[in-house]
Design a protein around this ligand. Structure first.
Ligand code: F6R
Length: 615
């Protein structure tokens, strides 16, 4: 959702503030937005520009009407919530010499707006943000930080705010509650961003701000206080990826690149997790071993693709550890009065670490006395910070809105967690664990082999660009793979797609199957799971008998599927529980190729945002 960048340098009149902010907004485009704007503090006062639509609209406008050089700038990409995506609703919002940008939702904006209107304020937009601009302008008495402190005390909801004032050149003030904001530390210049991508081209040194903090940056200083005005500390860290990780690198889209990053994403997530004796060590898990030994239930909370990785985890963890695992959509968890206690381990899975639904569920779980372990891809984000422990995935930055490499890394991290718990609780012998770990370490090469065969998948996808509906069937771990395959197609190709547990077919969904209906079937390995395999082969026959065109994902050497498949996509032989890491890859390639063939923007699908920071 909204992208935020702030910059301050030493020069009073330079183009660098605007350049930094615009390039930062470019790197934040992936978050999803529908308008963009900037404000620059210049020696002659504040100047702003904002445009509905893509960043290029703003850039064209700036080329025609250049802004004067200045000392500081703020920039914003907006994902509309209050008021449509128009020039007027785009940020920054100005009141006199003050400008403000905002991510999140001010929940009490209607009351505040009524009060401001009664006091004679004139509103130029439909946004909740403009309320903050008026409040700040009224509170400002020469100290922007103090004004921010007074205003945040009146706001309910989730927000990151950045403000500049023409009377305070060389200064940007930010505030955050339930919404991300990080500081970038430079030499004679400092930065603010909704994530480190905002300033990664200039610095890798960052500060993670805590909840309810206000930060004031100048060229040479960074001051952090709490909403209560007391000095506060922020945690310093060094970003472990560079700007090249966030460029397409010769691929047609970020999604395409990220699909191809997957062997490395999985390998990096598995890297360095064993000691010289081959035992698993998860250093980041700050929950005492005794507590992990005593847990009697695991609840996975997550949304969308991350929740599907949790579905895969359920099969693996229950099998390896004999602990019951529930998987719950984070936004449902909170409202159903879940039964959790001190012996419940809640596992929150989130690529961004900022998904508000998941964050709220984490808070709820901790309030109920559960320990929360976050599986997360974004260092310093809110969910790991508010959890008891964290297991970082090392997929690198994921830019495309549709998750691919983060999903594989989440699944790999879940396997590590399951194996670690099995080791700790003695539910698997050390040699069994070593064997599974070896199988897991073989996965990056197997994923690469699926990628090497991508042309066959692309070819079929391109020919099916006019289809209106797809069904996806799977059993056991193939079921979450079916759900994920359907989600990819929905979100980037805008095609109706549904994933089902294959056994559920005859309980209703088979009525959808008609002549020509394309049906993907994820077939489990026949090796050692012949009953499961036979059941899925029967399911293929059932839909084929009713006219379906069957697209089958089956492992090398599985000839039993051939008579019933219109198309077979092959994946390398893999133990059943680990198979999602290869089986989902052809489905990702298929969705990406089909959406591209339809001429769609696969990286930024309509209506979607990368980081869903509102509930
Ligand atoms: C789908 C997708 C979403 C996310 C979901 C959770 O491709 O990306 O379904 O998985 O919004 O996001 P995170 O993992 O950031 O919490």
């Amino acid at each position: 959702m909204c992208g935020i960048v702030g910059y301050v340098g030493r020069s009073q009149a330079s183009q660098r503030p605007l350049e930094v902010v615009l390039s930062g907004l470019g790197r934040l485009e992936y978050r999803g937005y529908d308008s963009a704007g900037v404000a620059v503090v210049c020696p002659d006062g504040l100047v702003t520009a904002k445009r509905a639509g893509k960043l290029t609209n703003l850039l064209d406008d700036l080329a025609e009407h250049p802004l004067a050089p200045g000392s500081a700038a703020i920039g914003h990409t907006r994902w509309a919530t209050h008021g449509g995506p128009t020039d007027g609703n785009a940020h920054p919002h100005r009141v006199g010499g003050l400008a403000v940008i905002h991510n999140g939702i001010i929940e009490n904006f209607a009351t505040l707006k009524a009060e401001l209107l009664a006091d004679g304020a004139e509103f130029l937009s439909d946004t909740d943000t403009e309320v903050v601009a008026h409040l700040l302008a009224r509170a400002y008495e020469g100290d922007l930080t103090e004004a921010m402190r007074a205003v945040v005390a009146r706001l309910d909801g989730a927000f990151t705010l950045l403000a500049v004032h023409e009377d305070a050149p060389g200064r940007v003030v930010g505030a955050r509650r339930n919404s991300p904001l990080v500081v970038g530390l430079g030499e004679g210049e400092n930065f603010l961003g909704s994530d480190v991508a905002a300033f990664i081209a200039s610095t890798k040194e960052a500060l993670e701000l805590g909840q309810d903090q206000i930060v004031t940056i100048t060229a040479d200083s960074v001051d952090v206080i709490g909403f209560d005005g007391e000095p506060a500390t922020a945690t310093a860290y060094t970003v472990d990826w560079d700007a090249t990780a966030a460029v397409k690198g010769g691929f047609a889209s970020f999604m395409d690149k990220e699909i191809h990053d997957q062997p490395k994403a999985v390998a990096d997530t598995l890297l360095g997790r064993t000691d010289p004796r081959g035992a698993l060590v998860l250093d980041e898990l700050r929950i005492p071993e005794a507590a992990l030994r005593s847990i009697d239930k695991i609840i996975v909370i997550a949304c969308g693709t991350a929740a599907y990785s949790g579905h895969v985890a359920k099969y693996a963890i229950e099998h390896w550890c004999r602990i019951p695992v529930e998987v719950e959509l984070a936004h449902e968890f909170r409202y159903r009065d879940p039964i959790v206690g001190p012996r419940t381990l809640v596992v929150a899975i989130s690529q961004s670490g900022e998904t508000m639904d998941t964050l709220m569920a984490v808070r709820h779980a901790r309030e109920q006395g559960a320990s929360v372990l976050a599986i997360c891809n974004t260092h310093g984000s809110t969910i790991p910070r508010e959890s008891d422990a964290v297991l970082y995935t090392h997929a690198g930055p994921e830019v495309a809105v549709a998750s691919t490499k983060a999903f594989l890394a989440q699944v790999a991290a879940c396997y590590l967690l399951g194996l670690y718990l099995a080791q700790l609780r003695g539910t698997k012998f050390p040699d069994e664990l070593r064997e599974i770990l070896e199988d897991l370490h073989a996965l990056p090469d197997k994923i690469q082999r699926v990628l090497d065969d991508e042309e066959a998948v692309r070819h079929v996808a391109q020919k099916m660009a006019d289809e209106e509906s797809f069904l996806f069937l799977g059993r056991h771990v193939g079921y979450p793979v079916a759900l994920e395959g359907a989600l990819k197609l929905k979100e980037i190709a805008y095609i109706h797609a549904e994933g089902f547990a294959a056994g559920e077919l005859k309980h209703g969904p088979i009525a959808l199957v008609d002549e020509g209906q394309p049906v993907f079937v994820i077939v489990p390995s026949p090796r050692g799971r012949d009953q499961l395999h036979a059941k899925v082969v029967s399911n293929i026959q059932e839909v084929r008998a009713r006219g379906a065109r069957t697209l089958v994902i089956a492992e090398d050497g599985d000839e039993a599927v051939v008579p019933y498949a219109d198309v077979v996509f092959r994946v390398p032989q893999t133990p059943s529980l680990l198979a999602p890491l290869v089986a989902v890859v052809p489905l990702q390639i298929f969705a990406c190729a089909l959406a591209t063939a339809k001429g769609l923007d696969v990286d930024q699908p309509r209506n979607l945002a990368k980081s869903v920071t509102v509930e």
